[in-house]
Design a protein around this ligand. Structure first.
Ligand code: ADP
Ligand code: MG
Ligand code: MG
Length: 198
């Protein structure tokens, strides 16, 4: 696992979200309210704007500060959930994480998201990407494999029926569309995997 360059990772994540914001919005238009791309872009640009302050902190503090910023700026259902993911990751991770620590911290962070969202795997949400990524970390998969697993997991939300979030209001009509939060999660996983796998 390559040493983490947080400033570069923040820039890469914000670039990825900006480059894919229209796709995220289109996905959310199909079965939600069409703001997921804008929500994520607003949040990650707010993080990018303070990249120097974040990257000057020790990793646990930086992740907690990023989580707080995301809660304040992303909005919607996904803001508190992505915020919780980063906050919980910051609480559990060490300043210089190895793979075992990263894997354990990520597992705890997913539990925190599930508790916050009262959600679990199979309900057509971001958890349907987070959980397979954690499984892949446990199985010792490479960064590239994990990025592909995340994409496949987002694709696998297409035939699911949404049981959480706005898409659940549509019932069976949510079937046949990819979950926007699953897609944004897969995009972020690929960005992190790429930067840690270099
Ligand atoms: P909103 O639905 O409030 O407009 P967003 O469009 O930004 O918020 O985010 C929607 C995404 O949030 C969904 O695609 C889904 O992945 C995720 N989500 C919504 N509710 C939950 C929940 N209870 N648990 C986990 N993820 C959720
Ligand atoms: Mg939305
Ligand atoms: Mg909304």
């Amino acid at each position: 696992m390559a040493a983490l360059n947080l400033a570069r990772l923040i820039a890469a994540a914000a670039d990825t979200i900006a480059a894919n914001a229209e796709e995220l919005t289109a996905l959310d238009q199909a079965i939600g309210d069409g703001d997921h791309g804008l929500n994520m872009k607003r949040g990650f640009e707010a993080v990018r704007a303070e990249v120097e302050a974040f990257s000057a902190k020790p990793l646990p503090d930086a992740l907690k500060a990023i989580g707080t910023k995301l809660v304040m700026t992303v909005g919607g259902a996904s803001g508190p959930l992505f915020g919780t993911l980063f906050l919980a990751l910051g609480k559990e991770i060490s300043a210089k994480p190895d793979r075992a620590n990263l894997t354990a911290a990520f597992g705890k962070a997913i539990e925190a998201v599930a508790a916050r969202g009262k959600s679990q795997i199979g309900q057509k949400t971001m958890l349907d990407v987070l959980q397979p990524v954690h499984d892949a970390l446990l199985q010792g998969k490479t960064a590239l494999e994990i990025a592909d697993i995340a994409d496949a997991a987002a694709d696998a939300t297409v035939p699911m029926k949404a049981l959480r979030g706005r898409a659940s209001f549509l019932g069976d009509r949510s079937i046949g569309h990819m979950d926007a939060g699953a897609r944004s999660t897969a995009l972020l996983v690929r960005t992190v995997a790429h930067s840690l796998g270099e």
